[in-house]
Structures are given as C-alpha cells and as structure tokens.
Design a protein. Sequence first.
Length: 89
Amino acid sequence: MRHQAVIEVPQDILDSARLTVPELKIEVAVHLYAQGRLSVGKARELAGMSLWEFRHLLASRRISPHYDESDLDEDVATLRKLGQWTSPG
C-alpha cells in the first residue's frame, strides 16, 4: 500500500505565484533534484513527468544531471521491466 502526505497550500499563495497544483509539484521536484535531495526517478515521479520530459526540463533550466549508483539501479530496473537488459557476463 502506498501512503501519501497531503500539503495544504492556500489558493491565494498559488495565485500569487501564478502556479497550478501540478506546476507547484514540478517546481518542488526540480528544486529537490537540484539540491540532490531526490533522485531523477523520484523527482520525475513527483513532477508527474516521463524521465525524458523531466530530463529535458532540467536541461532547459541548465540544471546538470546527477547520476549516481541509485540512478543506475533505477535505469537497470526500468530496462529489465522493458525486457531490454541482459546481465553482462
């Protein structure tokens, strides 16, 4: 079972920032990724975007990709799900 946390943001704050809820989620995801607090996989999940879309957004904002062992593990898991990964050896 997946748990969710709810954050209440007053509508006047969203209006002042000229953001919708989906746009706010994207901004939070980008910020947390840029700080190194979320992997690209988790950040794109929060943003509700595909990995390609999220990486394109990061590039458009000149945010360098962070690629570490957990990102590699996520990529390998995705490739296995797609049936496009065979273990070396």
